[in-house]
Design a protein around this ligand. Sequence first.
Ligand code: IPE
Ligand code: IPE
Ligand code: MG
Length: 240
Amino acid sequence: MLIHYKRKIDYSNIPRHVAIIMDGNGRWAKRRGLPRIEGHRRGAETIERCMDTAIELGINVVSLYAFSTENWSRPKEEINGLWNLLESFFEKKLNTIIEKGVQVRHSGSLKELPVNVQRIITDAVEKSKNNSRIILNFCLNYGGRHEIIHAVNEWLQKKPSQELSLTPEIFESYLYTRGLPDVDLLIRTSGEYRISNFLLWQIAYAELVFMKVLWPDFNEKHLYQAIYEYQHRERRFGGL
Ligand code: IPE
Ligand code: IPE
Ligand code: MG
């Protein structure tokens, strides 16, 4: 199956920016009678494999939705479990990530996060900033609406006095994703058909691919399959 997809991919038409809503960790665990956090742990393992495949495909930017501004409404125990996981993920993987040429970026608000999580994210961003093989835009405590409001407030505070109104270009330079291309392909796993406040501005013309697979089971084949699907869409951008 995988060989089949690999052969059918058009390597001259790879999406530059792929965004992924990594959903279904809880259900994956539930189906196995395991605690939800076990699903998150397996989900974290999927990330490395997914980045390897993205590098192989020549994708420039992968945005991963790891924790939304709405996820604070979950039980404290699950949230704390997620921070612990994140810490051990970066402790274990940061060196490999850097060696592979991945540049880590963060989108979202850091200040509400536990200080050790803030430190680990800042550290990953700082240590990988000169890498250029692929960008991993890690969306943590991220919400599309929050990002838009945050950008407008930043502009109001920082704008030169002669700048009287926002243009799309100025606005984008205040987003967490500043400098990144628009999303070409948005993938959501776990069979849910919604955006859940992810990259609202950046997905304006993205192709949307919804897949049944639960995030911990997402593998190389699924990414190839999503790219294949993307390549069979006709992107018109409002034209003919
Ligand atoms: C996605 O998996 C990961 C996070 C939101 C942190 P879920 O935890 O939402 O898994 P389901 O949707 O309950 O299966
Ligand atoms: C979206 O998944 C957020 C992340 C994957 C981090 P959710 O599971 O939180 O979304 P809803 O609640 O089903 O919309
Ligand atoms: Mg979910």
